[in-house]
Design a protein. Structure first.
Length: 78
């Protein structure tokens, strides 16, 4: 299980985070075609749609999406 940041645009406020058991290539095989269709003007998507698409494609894998992920926002000073 791991947490990763997903960037589909150059706008940081549109990033989201996945906690998942999926490998990068399996995530890309679902997300990349959706993003490409949107860039070509054929489809619209949001973060929820991308996460749900992963869950639908890989129902036996753990996939959870977050818009904010506190671990990346926490700073520890020693």
């Amino acid at each position: 299980m791991r947490a990763i940041r997903i960037r589909t645009t150059s706008w940081p406020h549109e990033d989201f985070f996945l906690v998942t058991t999926l490998e990068d290539d399996r995530i890309a095989e679902v997300i990349q075609p959706i993003v490409n269709l949107a860039r070509d003007g054929y489809e619209k998507y949001d973060r929820h749609t991308l996460v749900q698409s992963l869950k639908d494609r890989f129902p036996l894998e753990y996939v959870d999406g977050y818009y904010r992920f506190p671990i990346w926002e926490t700073q520890l000073n020693f």
